[in-house]
Design a protein around this ligand. Structure first.
Ligand code: AKG
Ligand code: FE2
Length: 368
């Protein structure tokens, strides 16, 4: 890929084609202090008002810079590297690595004070995207810490459960998470619009014998289904299911596929919460298939092949991608002691935004 100039026209030379870059495309990227606010980099004008017949009067290239003189009197020196960035649609993280219960090294990192602007945070977030979860060890075990931690990555997303929620066995509860029941693998809150992207759980007490945490790579299970049971994969990725939450103050509903695919038919979002899903009435044969598929999905999530099981220790924070990683827990007996996890949600723009910030700060290039 390179930039070429011929007769006051600028061209982008790609491996298989060459295209002329529109003068307006360049002009609206001229970041002069008179045109762009220097604190925010935002335009001080509406580019729709530029002359539609704008022309390039003079263009030259030297030392990785493209110098343009437009016929409206604006001159600008572009860093060619920056122009190429505009063509890059990559997200700031590498492709996911799908895993099963054989995953050798659980992605873990030790908490350090002031880690939020460091390379450790960058590695932590890259691991989070690679594996769909990460455990942060040895954090302070006070109840207020989780919000500080989450807000240092991005911004906590409050819900009707509050800014944070207390996962412990309660007398009055509006979700089975707040009991000592076994909770099968699920994604949280598929009934919300939008569904919370990332969940964090901070272990404050774990004195019970049970109460093991489970996690499953939902994308790996989806790919397994696609390979081994195409018809079941097809029905789970094409049937929109209603998810519903009801308590005395609110009724929340949202619809979506258990396996949602993106435009390239790759898994984009898993929604699986058999406690509160309601499939629409379909032809009996189709429903038969759907039930077979959902049964197998649940079975795989609980299987030795896919389920990772471990006990959270006091001071651990587990942070997982609620669009990919399913979580659950084994039952416990509250008579044995306290089990208390503090929970909250953040969104993907928090983690992506922080990754781009750290990438800029450390001048990193994660892409090989
Ligand atoms: O108790 C746990 O480990 C998890 C409970 C749960 O599913 C949740 O808080 O979303
Ligand atoms: Fe949950």
């Amino acid at each position: 890929m390179r930039i070429e100039i011929a007769k006051n026209k600028v061209f982008l030379k790609l491996p298989k084609k060459k295209l002329e870059i529109h003068p307006l495309w360049l002009r609206e990227r001229a970041r002069l202090n008179s045109l762009h606010d220097k604190n925010t980099d935002q335009r001080l004008y509406d580019p729709s008002e530029l002359n539609t017949n704008l022309k390039i009067k003079k263009a030259s290239i030297s030392n990785g810079h493209l110098n343009i003189n437009f016929n409206d009197g604006i001159k600008f020196d572009y860093e060619i590297k920056e122009l190429f960035y505009e063509l890059n649609k990559n997200l700031p993280y590498e492709n996911p690595i799908f895993w099963s219960s054989k995953l050798k090294n659980i992605p873990k990192t030790n908490f350090r004070d002031h880690m939020f602007d460091t390379i450790n945070m960058y590695d932590l977030l890259q691991n989070f995207y690679k594996y769909g979860f990460v455990i942060i060890k040895n954090t302070p075990d006070d109840e207020d810490f989780l919000v500080k931690f989450a807000n240092s990555i991005g911004t906590v997303r409050p819900t009707n459960f509050g800014t944070t929620f207390n996962v412990r066995s309660e007398k009055n509860y509006n979700d089975l998470a707040y009991t000592d029941h076994h909770i099968a693998a699920h994604t949280d809150n598929p009934y919300r619009k939008p569904v919370p992207c990332i969940q964090l759980l901070h272990c404050i007490y774990n004195e019970v014998k049970g109460g093991f945490s489970t996690v499953v790579d939902g994308f790996a299970v989806a790919e397994y289904l696609r390979k081994k049971h195409k018809d079941l994969f097809n029905i789970l990725s094409s049937t929109k299911v209603r998810f519903r939450f009801v308590d005395k103050d609110i009724i929340l509903e949202n619809w979506g596929e258990i396996i949602e695919l993106d435009d390239n038919r790759k898994p984009k979002q898993i929604r699986h919460s058999p406690r509160l899903d309601y499939v629409p009435i379909l032809e009996k044969k189709q429903l038969e298939k759907f039930y077979q598929a959902r049964r197998l999905f649940s079975k795989l999530c609980a299987s030795k092949k896919f389920e990772l099981k471990f006990k959270l220790e006091v001071g651990d924070i587990i942070m997982f991608d609620n669009y990919r990683t399913l979580h659950g827990r084994t039952s416990f007996s509250k008579s044995e002691g306290k089990r208390f996890l503090k929970g909250c949600y953040i969104d993907h723009d928090s983690t992506e935004g922080r990754l781009r910030f750290l990438e800029r700060k450390f001048n990193l290039k994660w892409k090989k």
